[in-house]
Design a protein around this ligand. Structure first.
Ligand code: FAD
Ligand code: SF4
Length: 507
């Protein structure tokens, strides 16, 4: 008997039950494939990090006594796609059984199902043993908002709960204690960077003409590419960042690129780390250091992983594939060129995009309230916005990227995730960042060519989408405020927005 088991590039879960003990009937196969480098233009660091992590994972499995076959791009370039390569591997191995782990992306899930239908041997699909909820979790909490979903999981997994099944500290949510702007004198820890030499992979990408975006130093890749490095990053976060995580979660400054954020999303999404492992470590660390770390900080962190991460996945599987076509606000404009270069006079955009090109990373509020907010206000086509986010970030995998982009940030799902659009004027960015001081535009001006584009575009967005949004109770006051403004002022604001839109590529 020869049993081939496929491990996809984002299934690097060393604790999976597949790997409990070596079995000489089983061979694990992993492959670098052009279909994966090419389905969107990825950041170079992202391709390097995924391939490096896959290679190290395969080596670790071999070292543990498993039979593993690893196929580089050199080996697979002649195959059109994953199924064609798999057919050849199964034939070479003389396999009589095939297994794979449930893919997290709809595109791969469909491809693998279709592939298995063509096989004349036993095949099965097993759980990836990574998530805390099933793909059908949405059915258990239908139409629920994040808060109830998160509370149910807190109870189920006994996270930050007391003996009477009440949330520790007497409340579920400490948002009110968090989300401050950075004070002028604030200091934050140096981000822990690794320096893995991935020149061989980079050379291979060059040889094969793989198109990528962004910058990379292949002699010193800063992202973790093994479970050990991922654990180091987790420990570094707990020791140096957790104590201020929630407080400055929404803060932005041109002086720093990750502040108190964990940068764990790549390790989580490639499954080098398990979400419950991260949650339990954070909880235990807080228990040991309650004198330094408030409950609000650790709750704020755990909510992102136990709440948001599981929640967006449930939503993705409930609504795919139709979710990927949603465009509730009928946004059609092309993505401005500076999303690919960072060359804009808007300081907030230049920094958020610039650091994304430099590090394949921006933190949540930069993604949501700067680049995402601008795209929403300017009416950029969500297909283009999705493709940009799916390519540029180290942690971008469709199941988590799409609900965050199309849903949370672009409101293209009509409010499934967000109860109102995350639209904001320059005042939000001024309050939460140090960007506006360095900007060519005036954050307090709403009209005129030098006024902050976010200001007039904000009102233009609300005015042009009024028919669609007017029934939203959470926008009632906003529209009342707009209606109270003097008609000449309203017209001047809308004209300014039209002016900015007419030269959107030159802002
Ligand atoms: P931290 O701020 O340290 O948070 C800790 C962890 O919580 C993250 O590592 C992540 O696993 C989880 N998390 C936090 N917020 C979310 C969220 N909204 N949804 C799901 N998980 C969350 N996250 C991705 O993992 N991949 C993506 O492709 C992605 N695309 C996004 C696109 C847009 C437009 C927006 C607004 C958000 C996106 N997010 C995405 C969510 C979030 O921005 C990132 O998870 C986070 O910035 C990653 O950085 P970090 O690891 O330092 O996170
Ligand atoms: Fe961004 Fe406007 Fe502030 Fe400039 S003034 S940094 S464009 S919010």
């Amino acid at each position: 008997m020869r049993h081939v088991k496929l491990i996809l590039g984002d299934q690097l879960n060393a604790r999976h039950s597949w790997f409990r003990a070596p079995d000489d009937r089983v061979v694990f196969v992993l492959a670098e494939l052009r279909q994966e480098t090419d389905y969107v233009v990825h950041h170079r660091q992202k391709v390097l990090a995924f391939f490096a992590a896959m290679r190290q994972f395969a080596e670790a499995l071999s070292a543990a006594g498993h039979q593993v076959r690893y196929f580089t791009l050199d080996d697979t370039a002649r195959f059109r796609d994953l199924p064609e390569w798999l057919h050849s591997v199964l034939a070479e191995e003389g396999a009589d059984a095939f297994s794979y782990q449930q893919p997290d992306e709809y595109r791969l899930d469909e491809q693998m199902r279709a592939f298995c239908r063509t096989l004349e041997m036993d095949s099965d699909v097993v759980d990836s043993e990574h998530f805390l909820t099933g793909r059908d979790a949405w059915n258990e909490y239908p139409n629920s908002r994040l808060e109830y979903f998160y509370r149910a999981l807190r109870k189920q997994y006994q996270v930050l709960m007391d003996d009477e099944q009440k949330p520790l500290g007497g409340q579920w949510n400490f948002d009110a204690d968090n989300r401050e702007a950075l004070p002028k004198e604030a200091v934050w820890p140096e981000p822990l960077r690794f320096a893995t030499d991935v020149s061989d992979i980079d050379g291979m990408l060059q040889r094969h003409g793989v198109k990528t975006l962004g910058r990379a130093d292949p002699r010193a890749l800063l992202w973790p590419t093994s479970r050990e490095q991922s654990r180091q990053l987790l420990m570094h976060f707990l020791k140096y960042n957790l104590a201020s995580f929630g407080r400055y979660q929404d803060a932005m400054t041109p002086e720093g690129w990750s502040l108190f954020h964990s940068r764990l999303a790549f390790s989580l999404n490639s499954k080098m780390l398990h979400p419950l492992e991260v949650i339990r470590e954070a909880e235990a660390h807080w228990h040991r250091h309650q004198d330094e770390i408030t409950l609000a900080q650790v709750e704020g962190f755990i909510r992102q992983i136990l709440g948001w991460r599981e929640y967006v996945r449930a939503l993705y599987w409930q609504h795919m594939p139709e979710y990927g076509t949603r465009n509730h606000l009928r946004a059609r404009r092309a993505l401005p060129a500076y999303y690919w270069t960072g060359k804009t006079r808007m300081a907030c955009m230049a920094h958020a995009i610039g650091q994304s090109l430099e590090y394949a990373y921006a933190h949540h509020i930069q993604r949501l309230m700067v680049t995402g907010n601008f795209a929403l206000l300017a009416g950029i086509d969500p297909d283009a916005v999705d493709a940009w986010y799916l390519g540029i970030y180290i942690d971008a995998v469709e199941w988590v990227e799409m609900p965050n982009t199309r849903g949370m940030s672009q409101y293209a799902d009509g409010g499934l995730i967000a109860s109102k659009p995350y639209a904001a004027s320059g005042q939000y960015i001024r309050k939460m960042s140090h960007y506006c001081r360095q900007c060519a535009y005036k954050v307090n001006a709403k009209t005129g060519p030098d006024s902050c584009p976010f200001n007039s575009l904000y009102w233009h967005f609300l005015a042009r989408n009024r028919e669609t949004l007017k029934g939203n109770a959470r926008l009632k006051l906003v529209y009342a405020n707009w209606d109270r403004q003097n008609p000449d002022q309203r017209e001047a604001v809308l004209n300014t927005a039209e002016h900015h839109l007419s030269q959107i590529n030159k802002l």
